[in-house]
Design a binder for this molecule. Structure first.
Ligand SMILES: Nc1ncnc2c1ncn2[C@@H]1O[C@H](COP(=O)(O)OP(=O)(O)OP(=O)(O)O)[C@@H](O)[C@H]1O
Ligand SMILES: [Mg+2]
Length: 479
């Protein structure tokens, strides 16, 4: 029937194996049999499968269940003896996520048909999420009209060398967008150097940006190349540009105009060849109007202005992003979670996502860790109350946005010292940490949180989780 054989992994006993072998081989299936967890693990190392047959009762016990979810696109078909009436919780979890099940003795024709469908679904799931307007190859998922327009603008911006200013709410993907512009540009073989203007200690900013010579100041034990020089030939990403102190704004303006820098402690001028991309979640026009940001620097940076759209304006993207994230996290945790319940999808679509994509990431990561069933519920995502919210915008959403703005301003004023910011906001440190977790606000923050504080946050990933979002992930290239 098929010119190309399709591979199927089979966890079946001897008797069933010999009954299935000839029939399935005759129909273009290549059977790879495993009889225990070690053999299955070995097969998984060798190749990806789209279809698996697993005979419950007699085989498929214990540690095997830890392995069956390992390959995300693998669709399992359970084969059950009719006398198998008392499934264990492990069996039940497995059965909830299977593609199909058959009772023994199998009807060969029906089995072959369901294997064909399962194989097709597995193959579809294996395809990278892609669509004509998207930039999925740069990690940007989403194909809503708002994202298509944004991605088209990123593409255009990557073709020229002019400065770009990226605006947009927290967690909308401004840094990701800056990476995409760099990666699509003629500078992609050189460095992408990110500087978080809000996280640099004031007294170090100059030396971080421009570098210093040995002995330039107390503690300058050796020469240091600054971030601007490190970005030469490549792209300098000035993140949270609104946080740059006013005196340094003047210095930066001069550097951008003259394209030369001097290391601290040296008068030698170093020519710069950099492309500048700046980002800010603060409305810079307002900052200019309030005298907090220099107008001349604003115009110098704002040659191409892009705005990353908030998640609530990306129709249909929540589901696509959620599915892509689920695949990623579920894989990391052994593939026990297969998808979202209908209520969870409804709750996600109704929610206003004040923390945008970063919040979605954190809720799904939390859900995959906490889930007791193969299909995530609103409760797993920490959205139980919101499932019943009707329409948008909600009061909760408005309150959350106001809280996020107040927290970010306080952290900025207190140079990201959580204790001081908490004092200023009139809440305890633990409460502020809880809010940082809830809204998925990125760090780094000064001041330590204890494991007790972290685990006291409802739904917080286990303490020590290396994926903690309180630590800003490093971008792929040099910083
Ligand atoms: N369209 C997207 N597709 C996939 N992942 C995304 C998308 N947008 C954002 N992300 C992810 O969301 C997280 C937050 O993105 P990013 O740090 O770029 O946001 P940001 O706008 O710079 O936020 P902030 O203003 O808080 O600094 C990152 O892990 C990023 O990879
Ligand atoms: Mg950012």
């Amino acid at each position: 029937m098929n010119s190309v054989d399709r591979d199927v992994v089979a966890l079946v006993d001897d008797a069933l194996h010999s009954k299935l072998l000839d029939y399935l081989q005759g129909r273009g299936w290549r059977l790879h049999r495993a009889t225990n967890a070690d053999e299955l693990a070995r097969l998984f190392e060798q190749q990806d499968f789209h279809v698996g047959l697993l005979q419950l009762h007699g085989i498929g016990e214990g540690t095997l269940f830890d392995l069956v979810g390992r390959q995300q696109s693998l669709q399992w078909i359970a084969l059950m003896d009719p006398s198998f009436l008392r499934p264990t919780p492990q069996h039940r979890n497995f059965l909830a996520g299977v593609y199909d099940f058959h009772t023994l003795p199998v009807d060969h024709g029906r089995l072959s048909m369901s294997m064909g469908h399962a194989w097709g679904k597995g193959q579809l799931l294996k395809q990278p999420l892609s669509s004509p307007g998207s930039l999925v190859q740069h990690g940007i998922v989403g194909n809503s009209p708002a994202m298509q327009a944004f991605c088209a603008a990123l593409r255009k911006a990557s073709k020229v060398d002019a400065p770009v200013l990226i605006g947009g709410e927290s967690g909308t993907g401004k840094e990701l967008a800056a990476h995409a512009i760099h990666n699509m540009s003629a500078r992609s073989n050189n460095a992408f150097v990110a500087v978080n203007c809000g996280a640099l200690p004031t007294h170090l900013i100059q030396s971080e940006l421009f570098g210093h010579e040995k002995g330039a100041f107390t503690g300058a034990h050796q020469r240091k190349v600054g971030r601007m020089e490190a970005a030469s030939g490549g792209t300098l990403f000035l993140d949270e540009i609104a946080d740059l102190p006013l005196d340094l704004q003047a210095t930066l303006l001069r550097v951008l105009q003259d394209k030369v820098i001097e290391r601290l402690g040296s008068t030698r001028q170093i020519q710069l060849d950099i492309r500048v991309i700046a980002a800010s979640h603060v409305n810079l026009e307002e900052a200019v109007a309030k005298g907090r940001f220099r107008e001349d620097l604003y115009y110098r940076l704002n040659v191409i202005h892009l705005v990353a759209p908030p998640l609530r304006d990306r129709q249909g993207d929540v589901e696509v992003l959620a599915q892509a994230l689920l695949d990623q996290f579920s894989w990391e945790t052994g593939g026990k979670v297969k998808g979202f319940s209908r209520q969870a999808l409804r709750a996600m679509n109704q929610y206003a996502w004040p923390g945008n994509v970063r919040e979605l990431i954190n809720r799904i990561r939390q859900g995959v860790v906490m889930a007791e069933h193969p299909y995530l519920t609103p409760e797993d995502l920490g959205m139980e109350r919101r499932a019943s919210d009707a329409g948008r915008p909600t009061l909760d959403g408005a309150r959350a946005k106001a809280e996020i703005d107040a927290i970010r301003s306080a952290l900025r004023r207190c140079q990201h010292n959580v204790s001081e910011a908490a004092r200023e906001l009139g809440v305890s440190r633990a409460t502020l940490y809880r809010l940082l977790e809830r809204y998925a606000l990125s760090g780094p923050y000064k001041g330590k949180t204890t494991p007790e504080q972290r685990s006291s946050t409802p739904g917080t990933p286990a303490a020590g989780d290396s994926a903690s979002h309180l630590t800003r992930p490093s971008p792929p290239s040099a910083r």
